[in-house]
Design a protein around this ligand. Structure first.
Ligand code: BTN
Length: 280
């Protein structure tokens, strides 16, 4: 989980009604009893997560949702960017205000990944696997990423922003050269996609239900669903963190969502953050 940041300001257009699919999303969220009251749709924006942090600081409530057709400064983990081409993907950020200790939120990204993989399977028929902690992969290529950022006041959580990017309708040539061979989209995997609103709606329904369970029971109640969807267990991994690296076999996750890695000499490491590479 990454900490708060300074929002970069760019020219942007906020459209409270949105395109037809956003109107459909608003309607389907209301039908399912989810609040669509604070749904902000932008034709283009720097980053939906940056905007969601700003809305949080302005006092917007839990459940506030920011969606964009395009991001000019989409952010990924470890200071990387997120390619956010116009109309090609779903780019969204959700504002949460959990009454919980910061340490309780470490498995939130993993829970989100479970909801996302299940929603994509349900709506698109595409089986994505989870690479710890925040990637959804198909054939080893990245389909979707999650960026969870927590903002603290003292030692208490002020808010959490869960940002999700899903590649929907990209063809291979739509990705920049440097990520082309590691990236995929729903369309590349299945020939079509059911529409942004359908996928986002399925994700939000699952997320809302799961989040309530997570606050009550923690990550442990999602661990088996995560294991079923994960591509990590039994794989050789390299974990880089704060200038050092370890190599070993990923043997699973613990009850908090930390990745358990066993090194060849037998030592066991609980990884809570770091860049994980699948070695083979
Ligand atoms: C990653 O895989 O490194 C995480 C990518 C997260 C991208 C999403 S797109 C919507 C939201 N806004 C951002 O700037 N980033 C997240």
């Amino acid at each position: 989980m990454e900490t708060d940041h300074k929002a970069a300001m760019t020219q942007e257009r906020c459209d409270r009604n949105g395109t037809q699919d956003i109107q459909d999303l608003r309607a389907s969220l209301s039908t399912d009893g989810l609040s669509a009251e604070h749904l902000f749709h932008f034709a283009d924006i720097d980053s939906t997560s940056s905007r969601a942090h700003e809305l949080a600081r302005q006092g917007y409530p839990e459940g506030t949702l920011v969606l964009a057709d395009c991001q000019t400064m989409g952010r990924g983990q470890h200071g990387r960017g997120w390619h956010s081409a116009q109309g090609k993907g779903a780019y969204l950020s959700l504002l949460l205000r959990p009454c919980a200790k910061p340490a309780h939120m470490t498995g939130l990204t993993l829970m989100t990944a479970v909801c996302l993989a299940e929603a994509i399977m349900e709506t698109c028929g595409v089986a994505a696997s989870i690479k710890w902690p925040n990637d959804l992969l198909v054939r080893g290529r990245k389909l979707s990423g999650i960026l969870t950022e927590m903002s603290l006041t003292g030692e208490a959580i002020d808010h959490v922003i869960v940002g999700v990017g899903i590649n929907l309708s990209h063809e291979e040539h739509d990705f920049p050269e440097e990520i082309r061979r590691q990236s995929t989209s729903i369309r590349m995997e299945s020939g079509s996609h059911p529409g942004r609103a359908t996928v986002v709606h399925a994700f939000l329904v699952r997320f809302t239900r799961a989040y309530r369970g997570y606050l009550e029971q923690g990550f442990a109640s999602f661990a088996s669903r995560w294991e079923d969807l994960s591509c990590m267990t039994g794989r050789a991994v390299r974990v880089a963190c704060a200038g050092s690296a370890i190599e070993g076999i990923a043997t699973g996750i613990d009850e908090t969502g930390a990745l358990v890695v066993r090194c060849t000499e037998g030592s066991e490491h609980m990884i809570v953050s770091g860049q994980v590479t699948l070695v083979e």
